[in-house]
Write a protein of this length. Structure first.
Length: 165
């Protein structure tokens, strides 16, 4: 009797293993995570200290703790005419890690007078060890694709103007 029970248990185990290893061809049960799409909420113009317009870009705004935490995570890139503007209630020293950010960014720190005051350029993607601080207190932070600050010749002392839609 014990031998027969052992045989049944072995056969039952094989059946369960066969079912659990079966390839799932039902595509309705596959879960996919959508990448967040860029949501244009305004426009920002970068202006040289001399008054010459450098570039106008579309911006998404991060003005809540949740939006600032989610940031650019789960995205593969921004287009060259896009950026994310972080709005804070007051000027403070700010800093970031690139944890879960998959592409290089330029972080442009801006004071309450809309003047560019410091940069972190061409950050390293997925870097959770390097802290990227502002050099002085900032109220706004513009995040754009890495290398664009140099390409557009943005400098400390330049300024920004922005409007929400």
């Amino acid at each position: 009797m014990k031998l027969r029970n052992a045989a049944y248990i072995s056969l039952f185990s094989l059946l369960i293993a066969g079912v659990s290893c079966k390839e799932n061809t039902n595509t309705d049960s596959i879960i996919s995570i959508e990448k967040p799409a860029f949501n244009k909420e305004g426009e920002l113009t970068l202006i040289k200290a001399s008054g010459q317009v450098i570039r106008t870009i579309d911006i998404e705004v991060a003005d809540t703790a949740y939006e600032q935490e989610v940031d650019l995570k789960n995205r593969d890139r921004l287009k060259s005419h896009q950026g994310v503007l972080f709005l804070y209630p007051q000027e403070e020293l700010r800093g970031y890690y690139m944890t879960d950010i998959r592409f290089p960014l330029d972080l442009i720190h801006i004071n309450a007078s809309n003047e560019i005051i410091s940069f972190s350029e061409n950050t390293t993607p997925l870097d959770d060890k390097t802290f990227l601080p502002s050099q002085v207190p900032s109220q706004l932070v513009l995040k754009i694709n890495g290398g664009l600050s140099e390409e557009w010749v943005i400098e400390v002392g330049d300024r920004v103007e922005w409007k929400l839609l």
